[in-house]
Design a protein around this ligand. Structure first.
Ligand code: NDP
Ligand code: 2IT
Length: 458
């Protein structure tokens, strides 16, 4: 196929997807991003088009949607909506997180599941892609309410998942506490103790380093990006957004490697600590967010030299990204770096943007960053350390063993280095040197598409 034919084909397919489900904007965005990279592949592999690989990739294998009724502490019946998108199982059983957040919808989960298919392929482990969750807001809920919600959610989900079928893990709003309640209910209903969920606690089948893995992996990926240009993290000032699981361990590994993170945030505002966020301050953030389930504004109660800036939803940009720094690590949510933010980062001399959160950068912002030759680490590569370590947790569960922290850290570093090399050399081979986004999309697409070709029209 010529470039023009491939481009027309992909444009037409995206139009059809949009017409079929017009309200799924984030899903369309994630498809458009992958399609923008794979033209050079279709030019030489027309079999992907003639076998309907693209049409099949954008249609989930299965979409589950279910009622989640539960009783709050006041005795009122609440009803949420639960989902699991089983997107693609060509390279392994469905694998991907659960998100509990009021913004959860089919469109958000289809984007996350679509991303997950490619991310998991980059790890080279046997994991297909899925994602699930609910429009439940854990904020302000008691432990008892969260437990009853999780039990009701799992009562339905249990019939669809299994250690060789679909293995959910954590994401926004789903951490160790939620995985515990979900696992307990699964075990009770199915009368099986197995590796059906990842992110478990250590004394009942969890893996060392899984909580740290996404953040640590993201920083290891940034280290590889800089090393490819004879640069390093030591001494770099860094912007980090979010203050949850991914942000916390991104901060910690940055400090280990001699960098100086100066910001953290939550949905209500951000902290700017010009002196740098060191280990003692990270521990306070963990106490605030993980134990007290408090707001990040309380950072300044203990460290009053830092500044708290409340979020202003009327602004088309986020002032966190206008602080002068060398590197940026978005670790909160999707579309958190807009075009205005990207322009501001570049004016301030940013050298690297490395994505801890999924699809944090809008398409215009990605274009601006890449055109300015700023090093850009796309989420599906840069944050793959989390799911890769979930893959290691699954392997340990199958063997009935627990590996040492040092072994897992070595494997995590190796996987991030290998994903970086794959993206770097694939980009070069397909005519987009230094474009890790193109490299990630192409390498992941080829792995999944080849598996689908081998297995026939499924
Ligand atoms: P957490 O729930 O632990 O933390 C989420 C953080 O992001 C909180 O600080 C939260 O603030 C903030 N946030 C969430 N939604 C919004 C929003 N709409 N606007 C502004 N801030 C928001 O989640 P994780 O740290 O696990 O996840 C963060 C990102 O990383 C997500 O994009 C997730 O998909 C991605 N990711 C997670 C992995 C994992 O292993 N956990 C693996 C790979 C990617 P607040 O408390 O105010 O809501
Ligand atoms: O986006 C992600 O890769 C995750 N939320 C981790 C999923 C998992 O199953 O560990």
């Amino acid at each position: 196929m010529t470039k023009i034919q491939s481009s027309a084909f992909l444009g037409d397919l995206l139009m059809k997807v949009k017409a079929r489900d017009p309200q799924e904007a984030e899903f369309h965005q994630s498809i458009a991003e992958v399609f923008s990279s794979i033209l050079p592949v279709l030019e030489v592999h027309s079999e992907y088009v003639s076998s309907g690989i693209l049409e099949r990739l954008v249609e989930p294998e299965r979409v589950l949607m279910f009622r989640v009724p539960w009783v709050d502490d006041a005795g009122h019946v609440q009803v949420n909506r639960g989902y699991r998108i089983e997107m693609n199982s060509a390279v392994g059983p469905y694998k991907g997180g659960l998100r509990f957040h009021p913004s959860v919808s089919i469109g958000i989960l289809k984007f996350l599941a679509f991303e997950q298919v490619f991310k998991n392929a980059l790890t080279t482990l046997q994991m297909g892609g899925g994602k699930g969750g609910a429009d439940f807001d854990p904020k302000g809920k008691t432990d008892g309410e969260v437990m009853r919600f999780c039990q009701s959610f799992m009562t339905e989900l249990a019939r669809h998942i299994g250690p060789n079928t679909d293995i959910p893990g954590g994401d926004i709003g789903v951490g160790g506490r939620e995985i515990g309640y979900l696992f307990g209910q699964y075990r009770r209903i199915r009368n099986q103790f197995n590796g059906v969920l990842t992110g478990k606690a250590l004394n009942w089948g969890g893996s060392l380093l899984r909580p740290e893995a996404t953040g640590y992996g993201c920083v290891y990926f940034a280290r590889e990006m800089l090393a490819a240009h004879s640069d390093q993290l030591d001494g770099k000032t860094c912007l980090v957004s979010g203050s949850g699981n991914v942000a916390q361990y991104t901060l910690e590994k940055l400090v280990h490697l001699g960098a100086k993170p100066v910001t953290v945030s939550d949905s209500q505002g951000f902290i700017y600590d010009a002196d740098g966020i060191d280990q003692e301050k990270i521990e306070w953030i963990m106490e605030l967010k993980n134990n007290r389930r408090a707001r990040i504004s309380q950072y300044v109660e203990k460290f009053p030299k830092a500044e708290y800036v409340a979020a202003d939803p009327r602004l088309p940009y986020n002032p966190l990204w206008s602080i002068r720094a060398d590197c940026a690590f978005p670790c909160a949510t999707q579309n958190e770096i807009a075009a205005e933010d990207a322009t501001q980062l570049i004016e301030n001399g940013i050298v690297l943007v490395c994505e801890g959160s999924n699809m944090p950068t809008t398409p215009d912002a990605v274009r601006i960053i890449i055109e300015a030759s700023v090093l850009y680490g796309p989420a599906k590569a840069a944050n793959a350390g989390g799911v890769a370590t979930s893959g290691l947790e699954m392997a340990q569960n199958r063997l009935g063993l627990s590996w040492a922290r040092s072994d897992i850290d070595a494997q995590l570093q190796a996987v991030m280095k290998s994903i970086h090399e794959t993206c770097y050399f694939t980009a070069e081979r397909y005519g987009s040197p230094n474009n890790l986004l193109a490299g990630a999309n192409i390498a992941a697409f080829v792995r999944v598409a080849d598996a689908m070709l081998d297995q026939g029209v499924i």
